[in-house]
Each structure stands twice: as C-alpha cells, then as structure tokens.
Design a binder for this molecule. Structure first.
Ligand code: CA2
Length: 164
C-alpha cells in the first residue's frame, strides 16, 4: 500500500506570499501545497495538507494521524517556540516526524531561534524556503524504507551544473 504523509502548518502560514515576503518569500501556501502534491505523485505516496491557527486543532490532527498516516511533516510556526501540547502529541506518534521552517531560524532573533517542538521531531529542516517541504517529503519516504539509503547509482555521475 502507498505510504501516507500528513503535512501540517501552524498559525499565520496562510499569509505566506502575501505579507512579509522579505522574510518568508513570495510563494503562497497554496503553491507550496501544489508542489507537495506533485512531489507526492512522483514519490508514489498519498498526502494530506492542513493549516490551522489553533493549537488544539493541530493537536487533534496529530492524534488523527494514528493509523491514517505513516509520517508527519510539520511547520509549527510560532507554536515551535511555545507548545508543550504539540510536543506531547508528537511524542505519541511513532512514525517519522520532520519539522520544517521556511526561514533559517538559527539566523534569526532570540524570539524565533529556539524551537522546543524540534525535541520531539526526528529531524529539522530550515532555511531552504518552500523547497524544505519537498526535502522533508523525500526524507520521510526514505525513513519509511521506500527510498534507498544510498545515493542511487544513476546519480553518481552527476556534476554541478547538471552535466554528467
Ligand atoms: O520560517 C518558518 O517557516 C517559521 O516557522 C515561520 C513562523 C516563524 O514564527 C518561525 O520563526 C519560522 C512564522 C509564520 C508566520 O507566517 C507569516 C506569513 C506571512 C506573513 C507573516 C507571517
């Protein structure tokens, strides 16, 4: 059966591409969802995509992943820095949990630097912009044993710039 990935987005991410493009870029959340859906098709996985401004709703979604999703990818946004409830919910989920931040939170001010939810995550990807979601999908599928651990032989001859 196809693996299933749940992608969660926290508060205010529905304003991506609309406000503060100098920090978060000009890509909208709808465009990120569309590229995740395209990646899911290529990877042969199913996927659900959610955004909520409510902490409890995100907790409910994580709980609903039990038995319905194999991996969780989450950008908890501001809840990264405050939410024990999300940490507890993530700890209950047994599959791979990958935290994504569009910006490089380590290069930001004190308020945006210390993600506490990352302690309950398998891995954290930050600073890659919207591509972080695609990198997280690849990593989740690899973690689920559906991509090889090694770089595929077909890529061994790749050279920077794309010429083999
Ligand atoms: O870089 C990220 O993905 C963040 O998770 C985004 C959060 C921020 O609190 C984290 O430090 C890093 C903020 C999301 C708010 O989204 C906005 C989108 C457009 C305009 C304003 C806020």
């Amino acid at each position: 059966m196809a693996a299933s990935i749940m992608i969660l987005n926290g508060p205010n991410l529905n304003f991506l591409g609309i406000r503060e493009p100098h920090i978060y870029g000009s890509t909208t959340l709808a465009q990120i969802e569309a590229s995740c859906r395209a990646a899911a098709r290529l990877l042969g996985v199913s996927m659900s995509f959610h955004q909520s401004n409510l902490e409890g709703e995100l907790v409910n979604l994580i709980q609903s992943a039990h038995g319905t999703a194999d991996a969780i990818i989450m950008n908890p946004a501001a809840y990264s820095f405050t939410s024990i409830a999300l940490i507890d919910a993530l700890k209950i989920f047994e599959g791979p949990k990958i935290e994504v931040h569009i910006s490089n939170i380590h290069a930001r001010d004190d308020l945006h630097r210390h993600s506490i939810t990352s302690s309950a995550s398998t891995a954290v990807i930050c600073g890659l912009g919207p591509y972080g979601y695609i990198a997280a999908m690849l990593a989740a599928v690899q973690r689920l044993g559906r991509l090889p651990d090694q770089v595929p032989a077909a890529l061994h001859g790749l050279r920077p710039g794309g010429k083999a």
